[in-house]
Design a binder for this molecule. Structure first.
Ligand SMILES: [Mg+2]
Length: 180
């Protein structure tokens, strides 16, 4: 059981916010690209605008030759409204944790698995998908507590797994975040 949960649900790392992920941190791990979730990772699930913090973060990564791809389960409208005005690479309706669009993402970015990291706020989609494909992952806290209805079940399952990992001291999430 422990091995199985570690294999599928344990992120490589976890931070509070996307903005804590620095160029230096990524370079140290020899990463050339970031696949990043949209809803509740970059912006709140009900916010469709890329704010200055998000855009500056992406700009800094790109200036340092780290490519960024938005890998979102959100629908076309939602994701395109966010990505197109700022000329961001994206995959919408990704159906994470299915592996297909992780592989498509790797091809779009033209990188190897070990050269990319998946950043997201959900164990059941972002981390599980990355682990299945064999890509490193960074879990972030959801930007907004209140969530879309579609993620309700995922969140409940996630809490069970989180609590289990916390008990086994695999992850020190609550102490780290201070607001879960
Ligand atoms: Mg999300």
């Amino acid at each position: 059981m422990k091995k199985l949960i570690e294999k599928y649900f344990l992120p490589s790392e976890y931070v509070n916010r996307f903005s804590e992920i620095s160029v230096e941190m990524l370079k140290n791990k020899n990463k050339k690209a970031v696949m990043i979730d949209l809803d509740n990772t970059l912006v709140a699930f009900d916010d469709s605008n890329a704010n200055e913090e998000v855009l500056n973060w992406i700009k800094e990564l790109k200036e340092n030759e780290i490519e960024v791809l938005i890998l979102s389960n959100g629908n076309r409208n939602r994701v395109e409204r966010f990505a197109i005005p700022h000329d961001l690479n994206y995959i919408h309706s990704a159906r994470k944790p299915l592996m297909k669009n992780f592989h498509l993402g790797l091809r779009m970015l033209n990188v190897l698995k070990r050269e990319v990291v998946m950043v997201g706020d959900q164990l059941m989609t972002d981390v599980l998908g990355a682990n299945r494909v064999g890509v490193d992952s960074i879990l972030v806290l959801p930007i907004k507590d209140k969530d879309g209805y579609a993620t309700f079940l995922n969140r409940r399952m996630e809490r069970v797994v989180m609590k289990w990992m916390d008990n086994k001291e695999l992850i020190n999430w609550r102490e780290n975040s201070g607001n879960v």
